[in-house]
Ligand binder design. Structure first.
Ligand SMILES: [Zn+2]
Length: 207
């Protein structure tokens, strides 16, 4: 069953403009991916299964009972969608009713534009207007690089996934019910990463 109450093209465009266009020089242009019918809920729990890898981290298609793997490959099997996917300026957002892991309402992989941001639409308590649009923007913040490993002068730097300084920031973790828009200098430097700009993070030791 498709989710109800998903953002409209307009409401999502407005939120992405409010956040990214004004503060990071990143311009999104929201388009509908069209209708897509696919029965992903193979375990019948009415939630999208949240896959985790051996380190307990969220991932796509890394468990035998993955629902996300089948969903993503079915969606991108269409040649038109494959073309969107091979365009590096494309970002994708999939809206699902719920995600199977308690407390997880959104999901994405840093710098993986070829994988959709997953956003849950149903919550135990009602959310403020614009919450889903804001959560989509938060996930796009990860896809833009927050939480990625970036190569800085030959070293691998793990950037922090979230900005924990204040809940005014878009990249604050586990936002309970607000629509924060602030982008910090660190966010900007990570999302528009160029060699020579200072980014926070820890060096990943060589294996
Ligand atoms: Zn996050």
């Amino acid at each position: 069953m498709p989710p109800v109450n998903i953002p409209t093209l307009n409401s999502l465009q407005t939120e992405l403009n409010r956040i990214f266009l004004r503060q990071t020089n990143v311009q999104f242009s929201v388009a509908s991916g069209g209708n897509f019918d696919y029965h992903y809920d193979t375990d019948g729990d009415k939630k999208l299964h949240y896959d985790v890898n051996l380190n307990g981290k969220g991932c796509y298609d890394c468990q035998a009972n993955s629902e996300l793997g089948g969903l993503v490959s079915a969606f991108f099997a269409d040649p038109v969608r494959t073309a969107w996917r091979s365009d590096p300026s494309s970002f994708f957002a999939f809206y699902v009713n719920q995600i199977s892991k308690e407390g997880v309402g959104g999901f994405s992989i840093p710098l993986r534009r070829d994988l959709p941001a997953i956003v849950a639409v149903e919550w135990p308590t009602p959310k403020t207007n614009g919450y889903l649009e804001n959560l989509t923007a938060h996930e796009f913040g990860h896809i833009l690089g927050r939480g990625a490993i970036l190569t800085v002068s030959g070293a691998q730097i793990q950037t922090p996934s979230h900005n924990t300084k204040s809940s005014d920031y878009l990249m604050y973790p586990n936002n309970p019910n607000g629509t924060p828009c602030r982008i910090s200098r660190d966010d900007w430097n990570i999302m528009n990463f160029v060699q020579g700009s200072a980014i926070p993070g820890t060096v990943v030791p060589n294996p």
